[in-house]
Structures are given as structure tokens and as C-alpha cells.
Design a protein around this ligand. Structure first.
Ligand code: SAM
Length: 304
């Protein structure tokens, strides 16, 4: 993690209890200054504080505004329909293979829940499917539930660890989460999928490419207004992992999945998409998934 995002440092949790921890403003400002990031230091210095500690309400309000702006990325790149397409193929494969329902689709680190709300609004997954978004951040989850209520959608959001839900996910998805983990903890992340008995996963994140520095800067400067969202959005794209790193970590986890990268290129062109997905499907379900995907299966680039 060469240069952290602001959101990585202004919210801290006790890893054992999940309790929010106080954050000393001066320490975070100093950390960014020592890393040469005056812009990030300025943003943190501007957050209201009391007795030197960042005020949680102010931090949460800033994170919420940033996540609402982040929806623009998903809207721009038609992300909802891309995730839905993969889910439809996986669900078809489960049904043909006689996997008992209900099928639980969990969005890990769902933020304000745009992806699952989009999917719920467009429907068609079947009555045997439950949509659940999970995120540690209660402010984002409260907003996701409020939006879902207003939009009258059949989806629920819970402030929890996605790997510790009372009923485990059948399919785990995420968007823009993988780059938040240190490289050394990626294998442990993938190992969790095996531990909780997930049948398939698809994690989307930015795809590194030579166009990223300029493209990401241009998009964030033109479409984002919140300073934290601009800074973190540009950093996210720059620090995202390559497919090789992600697949190697998934393989090192020894969880039993057929692994691949899904939809990394723009059609038949040798042009990288903004997002790619690292995917895992239980080996016994791969033939049914390939058959359900049909033509789309050509977008699956198997681990070799
Ligand atoms: C950059 S945000 C995700 C943004 C969101 N997916 C979107 O597209 O707007 C990353 C989120 O992942 C959450 N997170 C990371 N690991 C998690 C886990 N195991 N369970 C639930 N949430 C997790 C963090 O709380 C954080 O809010």
C-alpha cells in the first residue's frame, strides 16, 4: 500500500470487537505529509475535530457524500447490468445442477448499495434469490436501507462482516473493495470464501493499464466534487491489483474454485475495460456455468 486512501486512515475499527476506534487528526495529517501528499493532508486537516480527535459524525457525512458520488462510476460503466448478467448465468447453473434454494447473493463492502439496488430494480433473478448488502460502515448501510425503502426494492443491507452473516452467501460479489486489502492479506480474503462455503464469487475492481493515470484523473475531476472522493478515486485506480496478482492470491488461498478473470477486454478489441472481475466457481459447477453463459463464456479467461 504505497499511498493509502484518506478513507483508509480516517476510520479505524478494533479488528477483534468491530468497535470504532478514535482517530487522532494530527497523526493522519502528519502521515500524509510524510508521504508527500499535501492534498490528502489538507482534506484531513479540514475535518471537524474535538480534543484532537476526528468527529465521527463529520467523517461519516464525508464518507456518505463520497460514496454517493462513487455511484457515478457504476452508472457510467453500466456496472449494474454487468453484475446482473454474471449472476443470471451463475443462478441458471445452480438451478440446473440441483443446488437447493434460496440462493443468497451478498455484496461485500456494498457501501450505499447501488449495485444490488440496481439489480433489485431491474428484477428477473427469480423469487428464490435473496439480495443482501453487507458493509462494516453503519452510516453507509443506513443510507442504503433508506434508499431501498424509498425505491421500494426487495433487497436488504446489514452492517456486518460479509463473511460472518448468520446465513452464508451462495454468491459473493464486490465492487472496488479488493484494492483496499494489503497484498499480503489477499490470500486470506480468498480463503474465507472456501471457509464459509460460497459456491461462486466475482469481485470487480479497477483494471491497471497505461491509460489509468490520465483516464482516472479526468473522470474524477470532471464528475466528482467531494475532495475525499476525488483523491481516493484516483488513488484507487492507481493502486488496483493486476489480474495475475489477484489470481495468484486466490490460488494461494487453496480454496477449491475454478479461477478466471471475467470480461477484461472491450469486445474483441485488445483494449482493457475500466473494471475486470476475478471470479471463482466451484469446479463441479463450471460445465453448467459455461453452458448457461453460452456466447458470454468467451469473456472468461481461465487461470492457466
Ligand atoms: C470503497 S468501499 C466500497 C464501495 C462500494 N462497493 C461501491 O461500489 O460504492 C469499501 C467498503 O468495504 C467494506 N468492507 C471491507 N471488507 C468487508 C467485509 N469483510 N464485510 C463487509 N464490509 C467490508 C468497508 O467497510 C468499506 O466501506
Amino acid at each position: 500500500m504505497d499511498l493509502p486512501e484518506i478513507s483508509d486512515l480516517i476510520v479505524q475499527f478494533d479488528p477483534q470487537t468491530g468497535q470504532r476506534l478514535p482517530v487522532v487528526q494530527a497523526e493522519v495529517v502528519e502521515r500524509f505529509l510524510s508521504l508527500g501528499s499535501k492534498q490528502a493532508a489538507r482534506v484531513v486537516a479540514g475535518i471537524p475535530s474535538k480534543n484532537g480527535l476526528l468527529l465521527e459524525d463529520a467523517v461519516d457525512a464525508m464518507l456518505l457524500r463520497s460514496h454517493i458520488e462513487m455511484q457515478r462510476l457504476s452508472e457510467e460503466f453500466a456496472h449494474g447490468s454487468r453484475v446482473r448478467e454474471v449472476l443470471l448465468d451463475l443462478l441458471a447453473a445452480f438451478r440446473v445442477s440441483g443446488i437447493p434454494s434460496p440462493y443468497r447473493v451478498v455484496d461485500l463492502g456494498c457501501g450505499t448499495g447501488f449495485v444490488l439496488r440496481w439489480i433489485a430494480a431491474h428484477g428477473g433473478l427469480g423469487d428464490d434469490v435473496e439480495l443482501i448488502g453487507a458493509d462494516f460502515n453503519t452510516t453507509l448501510i443506513d443510507a442504503a436501507n433508506r434508499f431501498a425503502r424509498l425505491e421500494q426494492l426487495k433487497v436488504r443491507f446489514t452492517a456486518a462482516n460479509a463473511f460472518a452473516l448468520p446465513e452464508a452467501a451462495t454468491i459473493l460479489v464486490s465492487t472496488g473493495v479488493l484494492h483496499h486489502f494489503a497484498a499480503s492479506s489477499l490470500a486470506a480474503f480468498f480463503a474465507e470464501h472456501g471457509r464459509v462455503g460460497t459456491l461462486a464469487f466475482a469481485h470487480w475492481d479497477f483494471q491497471p493499464s497505461p491509460l489509468v493515470p490520465f483516464g482516472s484523473w479526468l473522470f474524477h475531476v470532471s464528475r466528482f466534487r467531494e475532495p475525499l472522493a476525488r483523491h481516493d478515486g484516483i488513488r484507487s485506480a492507481l493502486r488496483a491489483y493486476t489480474a495475475q496478482t489477484l489470481l495468484q492470491a486466490a490460488r494461494d488461498s487453496q480454496a477449491e474454485f475454478s479461477l478466471g478473470v471475467y470480461n477484461p477486454l472491450l469486445g474483441q478489441l485488445p483494449i482493457k475495460r475500466v473494471f475486470h472481475a476475478v471470479m471463482g466457481v466451484r469446479p463441479n459447477l463450471m460445465p453448467a456455468f459455461a453452458s448457461a453463459s453460452g456466447q458470454r463464456f468467451s469473456r472468461w479467461h481461465a487461470w492457466s
